[in-house]
Design a protein around this ligand. Sequence first.
Ligand code: G1P
Length: 294
Amino acid sequence: MSIDLAVVPVAGRGTRLLPLTKSQPKEMLPVGRKPVVQYVVEELARCGIGRVLFITGPGKTAIENHFDIDAELIALLRETGKEELLAELAFEREDVQYLYTRQRRQLGLGHAVLCAEPVVGSQSFVVALGDSIIGLHAQSRVVRTMIEQFHWQQAEAVVALEEVAPAEVVHYGIAKPRGKPDDVFELDDLIEKPSPAEAPSNLAVAARYVFSARIFHYLRRTPPGVGEEIQLTDAISMLIRDGHKVLGVRLGGGQRRFDIGNFESYFSAFAEFAIADPDYGPALKQRLWELLQR
Ligand code: G1P
């Protein structure tokens, strides 16, 4: 049976983006015209996902409101002759069912995924981190490829991987490939935030995963790791060590990951998406060019 459920953890406090994130979720920050999490859901819907389970936390209700069908707003736009703006709300009608549960204690990403177990049960599922967009304007199909590989190769987990600069490995889960790393390959291990000297490669986990329900067995047994948090990476590493098949799929063909978790990459993502906007991009590019001449 194909996978149609995605778990989207959005419970993190976004402390690296303070004061921006004091009273609004980082997943609701605008990148060009849309909030981050809308790109994430649109990407998942394009990859065949029909149910999205958000793992939320304190201060995240704006996410739930964003995906509600806002009948009052629709009526107001009709009454005031602004029908053309209704197209901007078309995402509300996406064929997706939304589910929400809370991570009641901030114990890390692995713990957030474990909070999905009562809803997920024995199904296989996708995990998509709510603060990362894959591909310009989220055009990536990598999740679809990952689901296909998961079934075809009868894997227990598949992770998306992206090459990063050697000095950047300290920020990511880093893959140890088994053999030569092609576009799709088996993993020998996965290490969370290693030092450059410890890193077995520069292939970093890129915010998208596919799992069988077996991952819950390992998450329940994962002790706190880096940052005293229960790390998803450590559970995957235990899965591999027990002889289960875990695959890495590289983001191919210009499908970069846009990280909205810190100012440096947030500013850069905003600029890139805004410049690519069909209506406002050309004028912005001109303006930026003028500013750079000063
Ligand atoms: C998390 C994961 C890490 C992964 C990263 C980007 O880290 O723990 O393995 O590489 O997301 O997908 P965080 O950004 O929450 O520190």
